[in-house]
Design a protein around this ligand. Structure first.
Ligand SMILES: [Mg+2]
Length: 96
């Protein structure tokens, strides 16, 4: 799945990160990364050079931190919420 990551999957690495640094610290880190992504998207809207790559970088940071927070929920909790949210998105797609 991820070529150079040999020490574990995204899920495994994220679980280990939350175990090591704790939920509170990683939740704070997620907030910071969300702020960086918001700034990167602003730069993209202003058509700054390199903004697209910056959005990719910050969106990936957010994805990793979100995965860490989600690793503290059960599979059933995550699956149930994903189903609810995907259903809403699907309804919007059909209704619009
Ligand atoms: Mg970042």
């Amino acid at each position: 799945m991820i070529g150079n990551v040999t020490q574990g999957s995204l899920e495994e690495i994220c679980e280990k990160a939350v175990e090591k640094w704790g939920f509170e610290r990683q939740a704070n880190h997620l907030q910071e990364e969300c702020g960086e992504l918001i700034a990167a998207i602003s730069h993209l809207r202003r058509k700054r050079t390199g903004a697209r790559e910056h959005v990719l970088e910050e969106a990936t940071d957010v994805k990793i931190m979100v995965e860490q927070i989600l690793s503290t929920f059960t599979k059933d909790e995550k699956d149930d919420m994903l189903k609810v949210k995907l259903t809403k998105t699907f309804k919007k797609l059909v209704d619009d």
